[in-house]
Design a protein around this ligand. Sequence first.
Ligand code: ZN
Length: 215
Amino acid sequence: MKLIKKILRFFLLDIVEKQIQKQENKTKSKLELCEKWVEELLLSTDIELENVYVHKLGNWGLCGKSSYGQTFKKLNDGTEKWFDIIHSDKAYIFVPEIKNTWTVHAWIHEIGHYQLGHYKDKNKPTYIKEYEAEQYSIEKATECPHIDDFMMVDVEVGARWYVWSHVLKAIKKGEINKDTIEPYIKEYLLKSPYIAKEFESECAMSEHEFNKKVA
Ligand SMILES: [Zn+2]
């Protein structure tokens, strides 16, 4: 009996392992296709390619313009890293290595910032720029034949929470309050029942944080 159990377990493990491997290969080839697709999207823009940096430092991206020839980014561990920009008279883009849906999303999002000319627009509030880049991202991801429904859910859910985090940041800085958030952005956020549930209290907490700072 013990031996039969052992053999059975061996076969079962073998099947499970093969299934996992199969799934991993499928995901890998899907991500490779996504990578090619986002590279083509990037090439369809007129961005200076020498100003495009692919980094291994996490999931973040950046799009901007630096007349100093350098830019910095706060990393997850709290340190700041300075990066040299080859063409300081032109816009730059930082994108992460493609490892998962989020990194594919980050590529499209940064290309969106570039295409929407955000690096030239100093007056538009950051949370609106982030909302617009996320809308661009969702629109383009829908066009990508390699992003399936599951990945799309990730993109859409991630986009809403990302915009929400920027709205709260803007409230904490005193740039806006819950009554002056762009109505279309507020409407977009409230479509999530989870955000809707915490909307009032989170806005109030962020406003309180700002008031404490200026008091
Ligand atoms: Zn952004």
